[in-house]
Design a protein around this ligand. Structure first.
Ligand SMILES: [Zn+2]
Length: 323
């Protein structure tokens, strides 16, 4: 029995898959249906643990190795599963080109926040769980011929929330980009500002956008990539001010969640509200790019944007000479 419980923890939806498919076959003999379920359970016991994942969209069972090979996207319907910041980083940049910045920077429980759990104990828990010091990894890397300052958020660390460390690490990375005259790419996924740091986390919105403004003044490209979900304080600051805004298919993007908006406005929301596709139709997003094409697309866009960066500068130089 304990074996069965343990199994259902690792593959929680397997029971449902068979239960759904069997009744139509065995319905006429309802008395024997229990036996049929039992038979199937014993068959499922033979499936080794942690090898299969059920797609949340199309319910297909995916071999975990196939899921990993496919950058955590469903080979059948293209559903994008969550992916860790490190795996995403590896999928985007040139091998062995990453120099991490401020890897050891960690948050301080400045407000001595206590709820069900204290903030400091939560921090420790998530550090152990994810192996990361906070919800963002920043650094400098190469993407083919482009040197890029990059920041990648990790939703598995406290919901990718933006506290002082996330804001500071991103700001330093952007400032390094400005100083070295290189493009900035930020891949966001976040529930918003980190409530455990109150006003200090809200201040990160202005700080990161200020650094991006200097980067923009230097005529340097900034690509913002929105992944599921990008919401609240992060969407209301650096994630939404990209020169180019890309999104992964099906990502939920917005300020407040659809349920909150529906409760507040008491109005029916249109279908697909706050998805990447919905925002793309309304001009909030420039392109929707599947995960397996993201590296290639970013490099292409950087080629184009970098080429365009040099043109206005040349024009300005000509103007100065003639005047
Ligand atoms: Zn699927």
């Amino acid at each position: 029995m304990s074996d069965l419980n343990e199994f259902s923890k690792t593959a929680p939806k397997l029971e449902t898959v068979d239960a759904e498919s069997i009744p139509s076959v065995v319905e006429p003999r309802s008395g024997s249906s229990k036996l049929k379920f039992g038979e199937n359970t014993s068959r499922k016991k033979n499936i080794p643990k942690g090898l299969w994942t059920k797609c949340r969209k199309c319910a297909e069972l995916i071999f975990d190795k196939d899921l990993d090979d496919n950058l955590k996207t469903c080979p059948t319907c293209g559903f994008h599963f969550p992916i860790s910041a490190r795996l995403r980083l590896a999928s985007l940049i040139d091998e062995k080109s990453f120099k991490e910045l401020d890897a050891g920077m960690t948050s301080v429980d400045i407000l001595e926040f206590t709820g069900v759990d204290s903030y400091s104990s939560k921090l420790e828990k998530y550090k152990d769980k994810t192996g990361e010091a906070d919800a963002v990894i920043t650094g400098v890397c190469k993407m083919q011929h482009h040197k890029v300052a990059i920041g990648i958020m990790d939703f598995s660390f406290l919901g990718g929330s933006m506290g002082s460390v996330v804001g500071e690490k991103l700001t330093r990375m952007i400032e390094l980009g400005t100083k070295n005259k290189i493009p900035v790419v930020i891949i966001s996924t976040s529930g918003g500002a980190r409530m455990y740091e109150g006003m200090f986390s809200l201040m990160q919105m202005a700080k990161t956008c200020g650094a991006l403004a200097y980067h923009s003044e230097a005529n340097l490209p900034y690509i913002s990539v929105l992944t599921h979900p990008t919401t609240a304080g992060v969407m209301a600051s650096y994630a939404s001010v990209g020169d180019l805004i890309l999104a992964e298919p099906g990502a939920m993007i917005g300020f407040a969640g659809p349920r909150v908006i529906k409760d507040t406005t008491q109005a029916e929301l249109p279908p697909g509200f706050q998805t990447a596709e919905f925002l793309m139709d309304r001009g909030m997003i420039d392109a929707i790019v599947p995960r397996n094409k993201m590296r290639h697309s970013i490099i292409n866009y950087l080629d184009y944007m970098s080429a365009n960066v040099s043109k206005p500068k040349a024009k300005r130089a000509v103007k100065k000479k003639t005047s």
